[in-house]
Design a protein around this ligand. Structure first.
Ligand code: PHE
Length: 486
């Protein structure tokens, strides 16, 4: 069957790398990773996180890019075409639909958090963060959120910027803007790490992040590491798959995936090395949640030489990272509307924007006018976060690996991935046996149905992977033949 002709392609070989790194590097790296690393035991958590990235993140990302490139289109259409080529059930397109929906829903609350970063860049400049205690800064944060016009205004600004960039097109909008955003992000990050190195308690920060304490390897931490691996690599959200559909045929998916993952991991580690020395130098505690960067850091910056300059630089960096991720969340929907209904990208972005504003308005109002409205115990902001990260991403991830590992004929993925036999066998093993079991475990844990500590009972998991592998071999003896076909 002839391959799909791409409607859009990245202009340069760097296009995909810039875009996928831009998508992956975001609030997840700069805010969440440092904090959960500290909470779950520093070096021990970093190790588990790296293991999850290797065992699941890399194979799943390769799968998404390969399906995107093979099907050349938005997640629904790309999966539809690949399945059609394979002669399979068109229902698999629902996996693409769910991924797109997840990306869109993440965007609905992400614009609020990104709006905080934009607002704080400004507040750092105009001196409204000149408070003398963490409590006072907590008050500033609360006051910002209590005012729907302020909170909403900044979030709408982020949404508009995102939609304008995506509306302009893959090359003229997304690729062109990322060409200056990503190097800018790297320069700002390095400047901040340098600043932390010279002005902060670098050693305390370093030890906090990399001190290995084996007793901290727990099931809970492993599950957090696994969940974070998904979120930070933008998997099962339509972002990577759609970006993958613009990759030229001759670019290596494996090499590109490794580079994106390496950049994402380095940024997370460097962000930790920039943030914690500054927190520790000021005798603050690495407290949880939004408080860490929005309440403690502005105070810490004030107490240090050139603090305002570096404070502005820090929040500008968070803003750029958040914007480059936000772009990727809406790209799938815009690509879908553009392709399926022939609407121009600009109009598709405008249409997405209307829906985005309606839903994200509810997320913004969760902090003020609708603060008391908590259907089934959560406000809209928390619901969006909960539904996407606990349900939709793990589910989408499982279906994605089942599609690639079981439903598709092996030559489709083998063609796309272009791996040597051993590499291909390893990818297949990960996608068929390791990823489904591990992702299922996170999923069941999120539901509270796991009922045991996966680290203490690691042999159960190893057993499940082994059993699945044996069963897979028995049920599909072709796998051996397939591997030998080459
Ligand atoms: N990876 C982004 C981050 O770390 C979040 C994201 C999730 C982006 C899903 C796109 C899709 O912040």
């Amino acid at each position: 069957m002839p391959r799909e002709t791409p409607k859009n392609l990245w202009r340069s070989r760097w296009g995909f790398l810039l875009a996928a790194t831009g998508s992956a590097v975001g609030l997840g790296n700069i805010w969440k990773f440092p904090y959960i690393t500290g909470e779950y035991g520093g070096g021990a958590f970093v190790l588990m996180y790296l293991a999850c990235i290797l065992a699941i993140g890399i194979p799943v990302m390769m799968t998404e890019i390969a399906i995107g490139r093979r099907g050349r289109g938005s997640p629904i259409d790309a999966i539809g075409r690949v399945v059609r080529e394979n002669g399979g059930n068109p229902l698999w397109r629902a996996v693409g639909g769910m991924a797109m929906l997840a990306g869109f829903m993440i965007l609905c609350f992400y614009v609020v958090v990104a709006g905080w970063a934009f607002a704080y860049t400004w507040k750092m400049l105009d001196g409204s963060l000149a408070a003398s205690s963490v409590e006072a800064l907590g008050g500033v944060f609360e006051a910002h959120n209590a005012n729907p016009w302020q909170l909403g205004g900044w979030s709408v600004l982020v949404a508009l910027l995102t939609l304008c960039i995506v509306g302009k097109g893959v090359q003229a909008g997304v690729e062109r803007s990322l060409r200056w955003m990503m190097p800018g992000l790297a320069v700002m990050l390095l400047a901040l790490v340098g600043y932390a190195f010279t002005s902060g308690s670098f050693k305390a920060g370093f030890d906090f992040l990399f001190h290995f304490d084996a007793s901290k390897i727990t099931g809970e931490a492993l599950l957090a590491a696994l969940g974070h691996a998904f979120f930070t690599l933008s998997l099962a959200s339509g972002a990577i798959l759609t970006y993958g559909s613009y990759i030229p045929d001759d670019q290596s998916i494996t090499r590109t995936t490794f580079m994106v993952v390496l950049c994402d991991t380095c940024v997370a580690l460097l962000a930790g090395l920039a943030i914690f020395p500054i927190i520790f130098a000021n005798g603050m505690s690495p407290s949880a949640g939004p408080g860490l960067i929005f309440m403690s850091l502005p105070l810490a910056f004030q107490q240090m030489p050139f603090g305002t300059v570096f404070g502005v630089l820090f929040f500008a960096m968070v803003s750029v990272a958040a914007l480059s991720s936000a772009i990727s969340m809406v790209e799938a929907s815009v690509a879908y509307l553009n392709e399926k209904h022939g609407i121009s990208r600009l109009k598709a972005a405008a249409a997405s924007g209307v829906v985005l504003l309606l839903i994200s308005l509810l997320a913004m109002l969760s902090f003020n006018l609708l603060a008391g409205w908590t259907p089934l115990g959560k406000n809209v902001f928390d619901w969006l976060d909960f539904l996407t990260s606990r349900w939709m991403m793990p589910l989408g991830g499982i279906f994605m690996v089942l599609l690639a590992g079981y439903a598709l004929r092996s030559e489709i993925m083998r063609d796309e991935l272009g791996l040597p036999p051993l590499g291909y066998a390893l990818w297949l093993f990960m996608v068929r046996y390791v990823s489904p079991v591990l992702i299922l475990m996170v999923f069941l844990h999120a539901l509270g149905w796991l009922g045991f500590d996966p680290v203490q009972r690691w042999y159960w998991i190893a057993g499940a992977i082994g059993a699945l592998a044996v069963l897979g071999e028995v049920l599909r003896p072709r796998i051996v033949q397939v591997l030998a076909e080459r």
